[in-house]
Design a protein around this ligand. Structure first.
Ligand SMILES: NC(=O)c1ccc[n+]([C@@H]2O[C@H](COP(=O)([O-])OP(=O)(O)OC[C@H]3O[C@@H](n4cnc5c(N)ncnc54)[C@H](O)[C@@H]3O)[C@@H](O)[C@H]2O)c1
Length: 442
């Protein structure tokens, strides 16, 4: 039997997820309360900016449609994924204000449904939520019992924006928290039809899966911060080079090379939130939250430290190349380049920014008030100090001559957070500062 799936929430994660399922042959109904997103999906156009999504939607061959009504979609499908946002609350946990009404609607539909259905929560939630609030709402609204009458799973995705499709189709691991083996089998079978690799599968209780999701991301944020700390140390020691050190560290199989590059603070919609959520969970339980809190504090301090450095160097304009939290996305949430631009502006430094993600002029409200250059070259040429904050490949084509300010009294300072333009090291007209290299900084 071909599984029919429903994806509720067609945002940055939900729409690529729905497209992947449909491209792999499933019949998929997407649900969103934003009419624009429904229309986009029904016209096979991407409702969000994600590389490859447009092409993938064209491969769905009419198997993916979108509607506004959760109840209608549940009635016609065998499994649903809840992928609505779960904004952070002031204490650091995740709000259920979008999840709860969706669960109410699913419950009402399950009440009328004669066939088996699995509800899969994909949105990030605090440990205890799936087996607590989510289960209670579904059971109350449906008059049915989880495990006996319908299945419930918690299965977050470990994806990065900019590579959501590749990450979803080729995961390292499938994490499945399940109410009972039938629900877990059903979800695993669906993943089996869709994944292009043979990932390890970790099946467990809801609470273990909820903790694992936060634990994975918090481990990675700790690792990134560790490399960033090494970079800061290296800068103070003549001849030290963080890349040499982290390359050797990464050879140790207990450590591994991934996410071990000293550079800018981590950002985006998941890492900072998940780190703080684990700290909040620990605190709630009377466990010292210091480790996760310190990582968060150190991460935030990276911005003011970088701003101090720029301010020290910038007599005129500070140019920032790259505002997004990583290459391949237009998301600036908690992104180093974006936060640096805001911090410098608040200190009265004149900031000029450029990011290839906004080259066509379409910029969200978060970027209002920032001054944009027309190109990377324009940004460089108008700036006394340039910070290369996101290492977009588009910047690789810029020549040493174009970076340089030859013939000018003052060289142009280039702060290269990723050591992407190391060739500028001895370039006349350039004061090159590679982060984590112990020659440049005082
Ligand atoms: N974006 C990521 O990188 C990422 C990675 C892993 C996990 N997550 C988690 O996935 C979840 C979704 O994140 P996102 O970035 O896709 O969020 P998003 O804000 O981009 O998308 C959420 C979508 O849900 C829709 N929605 C809200 N209420 C609805 C309702 N009642 N009915 C139907 N649709 C509704 C919104 O209109 C929006 O399109 C969050 O819990 C997030 O933490 C996100």
């Amino acid at each position: 039997m071909t599984l029919r799936a429903c994806v509720i929430g067609l945002g940055k994660l939900g729409s690529p997820l729905a497209a992947c399922l449909a491209a792999k042959g499933l019949t998929v109904i997407g649900v969103d309360n934003d009419p624009w997103k429904i229309e986009a999906i029904n016209q096979q156009k991407p409702p969000v900016n994600e590389p490859g999504l447009g092409e993938l939607l064209l491969q769905t061959q009419g198997r993916l449609t979108a509607v506004a009504d959760v109840e209608e979609a549940i009635g016609q499908t065998d499994i649903c994924f809840i992928v609505v946002s779960t904004p952070s609350d002031p204490a650091g946990g995740f709000s259920l204000r979008y999840v709860e009404p969706v669960c109410q609607a699913i419950g009402r539909s399950l009440a009328k449904k004669k066939t088996y259905h699995v509800v899969c929560l994909t949105s990030t939630v605090m440990p205890g939520t799936t087996g607590g609030a989510v289960r209670e709402i579904l059971e109350k609204a449906s008059g049915k019992r989880v495990g006996a009458d319908f299945g419930l799973c918690y299965s977050p995705e470990f994806i990065a924006l900019g590579s959501v499709i590749r990450d979803f189709l080729n995961p390292d691991m499938l994490l499945i928290g399940e109410s009972d083996p039938r629900a877990g089998d059903c979800l695993q079978a669906l993943y089996g039809k869709v994944c292009e690799n043979k990932p390890a599968v970790a099946r467990m209780s809801f609470v273990n899966a909820e903790i694992t999701k936060l634990a994975v991301n918090t481990y990675v944020t700790t690792k990134i911060s560790y490399a960033n700390m090494l970079a800061r140390i290296c800068e103070k020691l003549s001849g030290a080079n963080v890349d040499v050190i982290t390359s050797a560290l990464g050879l140790d199989t207990r450590i591994g090379a991934k996410y071990l590059k000293g550079a800018v603070s981590y950002g985006g919609p998941c890492f900072p939130r998940d780190n703080l959520a684990l700290a909040q969970l620990a605190q709630q339980l009377g466990v010292p939250p210091d480790l996760a809190q310190t990582v968060d504090r150190f991460n935030r301090s990276q911005i003011s430290w970088l701003a101090d450095l720029v301010q020290h160097k910038a007599k005129g304009t500070a140019g920032i190349l790259g505002l997004t939290y990583k290459v391949g996305t237009d998301v600036v949430e908690e992104a180093a380049g974006f936060l640096l631009a805001k911090e410098l502006s608040s200190r009265g430094v004149k900031v000029l920014a450029f990011d290839p993600a906004f080259e066509n002029g379409s910029r969200g409200p978060a970027l209002a008030g920032l001054c944009f250059a027309s190109s990377a070259l324009d940004c460089i040429q108008q700036s006394d100090v340039v910070v290369l904050a996101t290492s977009w490949p588009q910047f690789n084509g810029i020549t040493a001559e174009q970076w340089s300010r030859r013939g000018h009294q003052q060289p142009r300072t280039v702060i290269d957070c990723w050591r992407a333009v190391k060739f500028l090291h001895d370039e006349p007209g350039v004061e090159y500062l590679g982060l984590g290299m112990g020659e440049g900084f005082a």
